[in-house]
Design a protein around this ligand. Structure first.
Ligand code: SF4
Ligand code: SF4
Length: 188
């Protein structure tokens, strides 16, 4: 139920507005002076030339990990699409031609417009096949379809690059997600 809020009657000085205008100007000018003499005080950064430091536990875009033979680690067990609260993971499973007992994702899509970056998919994965340790936050595209990250995109996202979070986790292991293991072949 909405509660009525009684309006306060302005005093004569307030209703003249002059003092209030002066008070506003003093506040604005004090901020201008602070920003001139103390640039660190600025609340804005010159993005993209400058980047804001991310929180140590920031996750970023997903990547899919591969085995030494180049195949994706994912066995299309469907744990991650089942646990995903945003229902943004779509996997089409197929049989591995080299091992009929094994499945693999023929297609693996994540709709990044629906993802809420909760990390449940990473926690649910029994194969450590999907990680959110890239700390990539510039996830953008010109079309909605391009915001759907597919298997090839996620496999190659960190090609030749070390996930930025690794350094953070190595420096401060308590920030690493539970069970986090470092890449088998760390990229120098
Ligand atoms: S981070 Fe959360 S919302 Fe995004 S794909 Fe994983 S489980 Fe779904
Ligand atoms: S939980 Fe892991 S192994 Fe299972 S489908 Fe998702 S990424 Fe693949």
């Amino acid at each position: 139920m909405a509660l009525p809020v009684p309006s306060r009657k302005m005093t004569t000085i307030e209703s003249a507005y002059l003092l209030e205008v002066v008070k506003g100007l003093v506040l604005t000018i004090s901020h201008v002076i602070k920003n001139i003499f103390d640039p660190d005080h600025f609340r804005t950064i010159e993005y993209p030339d400058m980047k804001k430091p991310m929180a140590v536990r920031y996750r970023g875009a997903h990547r899919l990990l591969t085995r030494p033979d180049g195949k994706v680690k994912c066995v299309a067990c469907m744990c991650c699409p089942t646990v995903c609260p945003a229902k943004c993971i779509t996997i089409i499973a197929g049989e591995d031609p080299d091992d009929p007992a094994e499945k693999f994702p023929v297609e693996f899509d994540i709709d990044m417009l629906r993802c809420i970056y909760c990390g449940f998919c990473v926690e649910a994965c029994p194969k450590d096949a999907i990680r959110m340790d890239t700390r990539i936050y510039e996830i953008n595209a010109y079309t909605r379809q391009d915001m759907v990250h597919n298997k090839s995109y996620m496999v190659n996202l960190m090609e030749g690059k070390k996930p930025e979070a690794e350094d953070v986790y190595r420096a401060n292991p308590s920030t690493a997600p539970a069970g986090y293991t470092f890449d088998e072949k760390p990229i120098p």
